[in-house]
Design a protein around this ligand. Structure first.
Ligand code: 2P0
Length: 343
């Protein structure tokens, strides 16, 4: 087991990509999703977060990707308050977090970010939460973060309880049991103009399709769960693309409409469809609240899919990923913890 001095710990977490999407909340204060979701955790991209609780600090000091940002710091302090309340302490913390991929551009940086923070802060404070409780805690930071606590395939329950105690993720299948690959086509490095949180609230309030979207989610989830358990790629492809497109239909029908795609996004979707339907490759697309395209592939299709997407005009980079592990404690880096110290 990795040990750290008292009050400090570091954790690593990967983003996850939802194949059955979450877009809309049943409770804003507790951050409860209106429908369940199903995801794959990636192994290639990561967030690494160091936390140090220090009685000498008068306020939390939070450095994300080398920058201090007042709005982000408030969100993270409020999140740390949840764990401080649980532990019965008021000690302030120094947090240093780094992503090795673009932040806020539809690559689920809040998922890996809050999963890593939950795991590191829990260890640093010695609260010793189990995986379900860590998932519930991570959800308070970001709904999708609840899923990044786990590796491989994970399912997030919407739950029905008003207190949210039944809204957490659980593992469905290990990465090694069905080692799919994901080709990520980066079509911009610019952060999106409407955050997921703002966008999904606007969709709930204004999209005429929102109610149907939430109603159909439960059926999609059941089909996807069955497809994962039986490793039925064709069924997963059909329900995965359907869930993605239905979510984007809700986004587009929001007033004013949320258009997260660019031209290259649409071209990548067409190429993926053609690779599957014309060339018989095991691949389907999914797209989140941003213009990057994630092509989920059977292992032997990934290289060809990457070659095709790399050639699409407007694609700036292509990242190949496998499925990875859940959020976990890693050895402290002196540099990370020290660099966040304002002294
Ligand atoms: C998902 N997304 O299921 C969906 C698909 C984006 C599109 O979860 O408000 O950052 O923090 O709970 O988790 C992104 O939303 O939103 C997201 P909050 P979050 O992956």
């Amino acid at each position: 087991m990795i040990t750290s001095p008292p009050g400090r710990a570091s954790a690593l977490a990967h983003p996850n990509i939802a194949l059955v999407k979450y877009w809309g909340k049943r409770d804003d204060a507790l951050n409860l999703p209106a429908s369940g979701s199903l995801s794959i955790t990636l192994d290639r991209l990561h967030t690494r977060t160091a936390v140090r609780f220090d009685p000498a600090l008068g306020a939390d000091d939070i450095v994300l990707n080398g920058r201090r940002d007042a709005a982000e710091s408030r969100k993270i302090s409020a999140f740390l308050d949840l764990l401080r309340a649980h532990a019965g302490v008021a000690t302030r913390a120094c947090v240093v977090s780094e992503n090795d991929f673009p932040t806020g551009a539809g690559l689920a940086s809040s998922a890996s970010g809050f999963a890593a923070l939950a795991v590191a802060a829990d260890r640093a404070l010695g609260t010793d939460l189990d995986a379900s409780s860590l998932s519930r805690l991570a959800r308070r930071g970001s709904g999708s973060a609840a899923r990044s606590i786990f590796g491989g395939f994970a399912e997030m329950a919407a739950g029905t309880r008003a207190d949210g105690e039944d809204a957490f993720a659980r593992p469905l299948l290990d990465a090694a049991a069905w080692p799919l690959r994901v080709v990520i086509a980066i079509t911009t490095r610019t952060a999106k103009s409407t955050s997921s949180r703002t966008g999904m609230d606007l969709s709930r309030r204004t999209s005429p399709f929102y109610r149907d979207w939430i109603t159909t989610g439960a059926g999609d989830l059941e089909v996807a769960r069955g497809a994962v358990r039986s490793r039925d790629f064709d069924r997963l492809a059909a329900v995965g693309e359907a869930s993605c497109l239905a979510m984007h239909a809700v986004m587009l029908s929001t007033r004013p409409g949320l258009i997260y795609w660019n031209g290259a996004t649409v071209e990548c979707m067409q190429r993926v469809r053609s690779l599957r339907e014309r060339d018989g490759l095991g691949v389907f697309f999914t797209i989140d609240a941003g213009p990057q395209v994630k092509a989920v592939c059977l292992p032997d299709a990934a290289a060809q899919v990457a070659d095709v997407l790399r050639d699409v005009a407007g694609v700036q980079d292509v990242i190949l990923s496998g499925l990875g592990e859940g959020a976990r404690i890693v050895a402290d880096s002196e540099l990370e913890v020290a660099s966040g110290n304002p002294a």
